[in-house]
Design a protein around this ligand. Structure first.
Ligand code: NDP
Length: 241
């Protein structure tokens, strides 16, 4: 039977590439997003992927959103926790709002999204949970204490949950992208990218969203059944964890 994949933040950037790659690989795909209706409508028209709006930081909204996806497409076999934001600032200037927004969207969302699909995956004895963490969760990044903490938390979540899911046929893995050419990164001053970022990337370029998407398709597929609890670095050699 055709498997169902749900990708949070699937309408733009890395998530959009993941949705397209999963669709090409034969999955029924649902993409969630936060509020950019225009981007979501454009993405839906271009790809035929079903789009759903809810805040991954709100547990009740996730429960209701997932119920709608499952009623329309079927039980979720593959969950990609991709939605994420940045609210950067040096710690001595960081506000509690900046901290809360990033922890809620980038870390609490993993509970909010995974908990409602977990029992179904256990009952069906199959599941794939793939969390998009970050190089900055592995190495820490100044100006991103909130983001680094959340993304490091994602890795701990994956390692613990992988142990719980293993006997039930569920794998749980993290992918840690380095700098990928999406709107999140294009918002950085090009001069900063040229002078301060590219010199630290041994391959000498930013990554492409499709390069993360292909890793997700592999981890979601039947050939990756023995890979669980792992952290896959995809960063052009910038950090070798
Ligand atoms: P983008 O900013 O391009 O896209 C973010 C997506 O997440 C959008 O679809 C957005 O919806 C959605 N989203 C944001 N907040 C919420 C929310 N509260 N509820 C539901 N959906 C939400 O991000 P990227 O593609 O660059 O990043 C994707 C993931 O990869 C993130 O977790 C990021 O931290 C991680 N990452 C990115 C790197 C990069 O270089 N780009 C490097 C390392 C990790 P909407 O369109 O409605 O706003």
């Amino acid at each position: 039977m055709t498997k169902v994949a749900l990708v949070t933040g699937g309408t733009r950037g890395i998530g959009a590439a993941i949705c397209k790659a999963l669709k090409e690989a034969g999955y029924k795909v649902a993409a969630s997003y936060a509020g950019n209706d225009e981007a979501a409508a454009k993405f839906k028209a271009e790809t035929g992927v079903s789009v759903y709006k809810w805040d991954v930081g709100d547990y009740e909204s996730c429960v209701a959103g997932i119920a709608k996806v499952e009623a329309e497409l079927g039980p979720v076999d593959v969950l990609v926790n991709n939605a994420g934001i940045t609210r950067d600032g040096m710690f001595h200037k960081m506000t509690r709002d900046q901290w809360d927004a990033v922890i809620n969207t980038n870390l609490n969302s993993l509970f909010n999204m995974t908990r409602p699909v977990w029992e179904g995956m256990r009952a069906r004895k199959f599941g794939r949970v793939i969390c998009i963490s970050s190089i900055n969760g592995q190495k820490g990044q100044m100006g991103q204490v909130n983001y680094s903490a959340a993304k490091a938390g994602d890795i701990g979540f994956v390692k613990a949950l992988a142990q719980e899911g293993a006997r039930a046929g569920i794998t749980v893995n993290a992918i840690c992208p380095g700098y990928i050419a999406t709107e999140m990164v294009k918002a950085i001053d090009p001069a900063v990218i040229e002078k301060s970022i590219l010199p630290h990337i041994p391959v000498g370029r930013l990554g492409e969203p499709e390069e993360i998407a292909r890793a997700v398709v592999f981890l979601a597929g039947p050939d990756a059944g023995f890979i669980t609890g792992s952290t896959l670095s995809a960063n052009g050699g910038q950090y070798m964890a």
